[in-house]
Design a protein around this ligand. Structure first.
Ligand code: SF4
Length: 417
């Protein structure tokens, strides 16, 4: 978890809005000119996506954060056609495919009577990923009856595979309510809200002590997003938060009448904080909290144990969910590689990727180390974990690896047992 460039809570509008990583991501997919952009505009009631009768107008995926009642905060993703052609076209298809991994709920937009292998492949893809799916047959206003609806065999086949099916016209608005109902019905129940962050480990009326070191990496005058989300979670759970720094930690502990329910530190300060608190004091880090929230804590904790098997020359992939300019003491580029090299007694071959860049093949790597992914939705992080599992490569996260390097992994995991 970086402290230098992370998303912050300073911007007023941003502070009032739901962070992207907490929203339900709804992706619109289909062939060029199926009407995905028109449907996005119809759903949002705004002209966000460029709509053109010319096929292939959407290039990079367009994302729009909005409230879709009664679903709540969502991000709608409009994508380029999966049937795009040529060199540029295949780049666009590649970007569309990358949007699969962050889609919590998929809409395949098709035209009645025009079902093809492209739609079939999309349905296969989302069925395979177990992504809830709605198939929207668009342009019913243009299609003369009796061809306005898909044939019965196709309908039966789609429903058998768990898809909801609606017929609509993005142009006239006909059927849009049916689509909204289908989205509500198919939305995954636990897309985010049900997963705990910290309050469940603390309990109402009890205190969590949060350690946010002040160093060159810390942004001036603000807290970073994972810290803000953690405080919010404590407040929502009727628990208390006391925020301090590594230097002020002993004084903060002295002033407390009772020990805090838990100490949560920036992972980079694990070693100092561990030395400053009583041995029986529950301790973990923000990054580890986010492994539980966004990822799969058991798998990523297991992945951290792979640091003991690393040898000089091994390849390690470090992945950060937010793009930023690295600083001199960047956690992903500088500190973790340095600590790992010290641990293995030689040079590892470390590659860093940011944002949506993540290799489709991770088999050359002996370990993948991910940040807390506070800006990702859970599905995007789980997709990466699943990919690593399929390709038999251990995956962990910053906090877990740093805890392992400091010999305190079991202690940092104890609060979750
Ligand atoms: S996305 Fe990752 S690197 Fe960026 S602030 Fe969140 S946890 Fe830190």
């Amino acid at each position: 978890m970086t402290t230098d460039t992370a998303p912050t809570a300073t911007d007023h509008a941003a502070a009032l809005s739901t962070p992207k990583g907490m929203r339900l991501f709804i992706g619109l997919f289909g062939r060029r000119n199926a009407g995905k952009s028109s449907l996005l505009n119809a759903l949002t009631g705004q002209s966000l996506a460029i709509v053109s009768p010319r096929a292939g107008t959407t290039t990079d995926p367009v994302e729009k954060a909005m409230e879709l009642l009664p679903l709540g905060p969502v991000v709608l993703i409009d994508t380029a056609g999966v049937d795009d052609e040529g060199e540029l076209g295949s780049l666009r298809v590649d970007k569309t495919r990358r949007a699969f991994e962050r889609t919590d709920l998929a809409i395949v937009v098709a035209e009645a009577g025009q079902w093809s292998r492209f739609e079939e492949e999309l349905v296969d893809e989302f069925t395979h990923r177990r992504t809830p799916l709605v198939v929207a047959f668009n342009k019913v206003d243009l299609t003369p009856i009796p061809h306005a609806a898909p044939d019965a065999a196709l309908l039966a086949q789609l429903r058998e595979r768990g898809a909801a099916v609606v017929s609509l016209s993005a142009r006239t608005g006909q059927g849009l309510d049916d689509l909204r109902s289908a989205l509500i019905e198919r939305a995954p129940e636990s897309h985010f809200g049900d997963r705990p962050l910290l309050a469940d480990l603390v309990g109402p009326g009890r205190l969590a002590l949060l350690v946010t070191p002040i160093d060159k990496q810390a942004p001036r005058g603000r807290l970073i997003l994972p810290q803000v989300q953690t405080i919010r979670d404590l407040v929502d759970g009727q628990a208390h938060a006391l925020v301090t720094t590594t230097d002020a930690l002993p004084g903060a502990l002295e002033h407390l009448k009772a020990p805090p329910a838990i100490v949560v530190t920036d992972s980079q300060a694990f070693r100092e904080v561990e030395a400053l608190i009583p041995k029986d004091q529950p301790l973990t880090s923000f990054s580890i909290l986010f492994a539980r929230l966004k990822g799969d804590l058991a798998t990523q904790a297991q992945g951290a144990r792979a640091v003991d098997r690393l040898r000089p020359g091994d390849r390690v992939l470090v992945a950060e969910a937010c793009a930023h300019h690295p600083s001199q003491e960047d956690i992903g580029r500088v500190k973790i590689p340095r600590w790992l090299n010290q641990k293995v007694g030689g040079e590892l071959n470390v590659t860093t990727v940011q944002g949506r860049d993540f290799p489709e093949d991770v088999t050359p790597y002996s370990l993948v180390i991910h940040c807390g992914a506070c800006t990702f939705n859970r599905r995007a992080m789980i997709s990466r974990i699943e990919q690593c599992r399929r390709q038999n490569v251990p995956i962990s996260n910053y906090g877990l690896v740093i805890a392992a390097l400091n010999g305190i992994l079991d202690r940092a995991l104890k609060p979750f047992l």
